[in-house]
Design a protein around this ligand. Structure first.
Ligand code: FES
Length: 88
């Protein structure tokens, strides 16, 4: 199925790019821009983005790596504004 008509990208192209990126870097964050780049193309009108994203989300290899999840929830050792106070 054609997903991006401007660049003639199919759902299989997207799956292949995601699978290739995940196999080459297990910790990679895979974005639509990276998929375009992996295919040697770039987005034109952007009209395909909703379908492009839903196609990407169907791929099991798109999942965010476990080590990058919940980074905002991790407690920090540093007090807020600690560095700002030290510099004055
Ligand atoms: S349809 Fe994909 S960039 Fe235009």
């Amino acid at each position: 199925m054609i997903v991006c008509h401007c660049q003639h990208i199919t759902d299989r192209d997207i799956d292949a790019a995601i699978d290739w990126m995940r196999a080459s870097d297990p910790s990679a964050l895979i974005t639509p821009g990276k998929v375009y780049r992996a295919l040697g193309k770039s987005a034109d009108c952007g009209g395909c983005m909703p379908l492009f994203l839903s196609t990407m989300r169907r791929n099991d290899n798109l999942e965010i790596p476990m080590q990058l999840r919940n980074l905002r929830a991790l407690p920090t050792q540093e007090r807020p504004h600690a560095r700002r106070q030290e510099s004055h």
